[in-house]
Design a protein. Sequence first.
Length: 368
Amino acid sequence: MQLVRNITTSFLLTCLVVLAILAIGQMTQLLRQVASGQLPLSIVLQLLGLAVPTLLVMVLPLAFFFAVYLVFSNLYRSNEMVAIRSTGTGLSGLLPSVAAVAAGVFCLELILSLSWAPGAQRQLQSESVRLANATAEAMLQPGSFTNLPGGRVIYVGQPVGKNSHRFREIFLSIAQGDQLDLATATYGEIKPGQDGALTLVLVDGQRYLGRPGQNGFKVLSFARYRVLLGSPVTSAAQPGGINWGSASLSQLARHLHGTEMRFAVTELEWRLLWPLALPLLALLAIPLAYSEPRGGGRAAGMLVGILFLLAINNIVIYVKEHMMSGKMSVFPGLFWVLLLILAVATYTFFRRSRDLPILPVWPGRGAS
């Protein structure tokens, strides 16, 4: 059917345009890291490819909304909608064609949101950690002082053996305001930690806390002292010490009971929200696309739709943060936002399908 082809074509083109805009922004950030020496240029395209599934989760609903809007707007302005209605087919009769395309996009969005995008995020985090660890290890030049993140200065002596991760004569200075924290060791060894971070383990050394001759100065002997060099795979700043955005479905299922239940439920609702909202946004786009064949204001409906989507996005973020912090119940949680979208979409579609203005006209005013 022609309507199905038009929506599909518009959706693919809109999806490519929106994705290209977001990808350019992502590429700019990566190139800044390349310019500062944090990333090698050869890995940029790989990291960008891993970020694409996460971008598509937000791109697909927006692209489908714009595609439906543009197709129906053209039908109104070219008088084709008048011809369609003359055959006895109203807006409701066109819904099956829209639903046919929406079903395919919905399945793709569901796979992206539940599995593909979180998996890509896990790979992106692992690759970022690998690069950070390799950079941190490469910074350790035997026989020289090296500045590490966090205001730390480290000195390592010659390696023990060829291609060895052990170094002799370690010196470490950690800046903590006016408090001095120095450490020396006979040798140190680079090891990956249990959390995936790259660490330097100092063996047989001493720590000097404070300034000599002042109160609180201490000298502590240690057998082993662990110093973080790289970045961990999971961020302890996230609730429960788990990166919920990249957690697998099986990992979320294991946390559906217990103290971390609200985090897992919130993440599941977040992942289901946009696939379920996709057909509702398409239903909303149809009445917003209405325009007079020879009238102006073609972009008015799109502007209203964009403002509505921005408001919904802000509401969703607000509700998600309060669910994570325990200030809001997880049921119905984010799903009440779907009810809001459904109510607005149903109301506007009902009014437009009966040739009524979207907003009621007060007595004494002309109909729009």
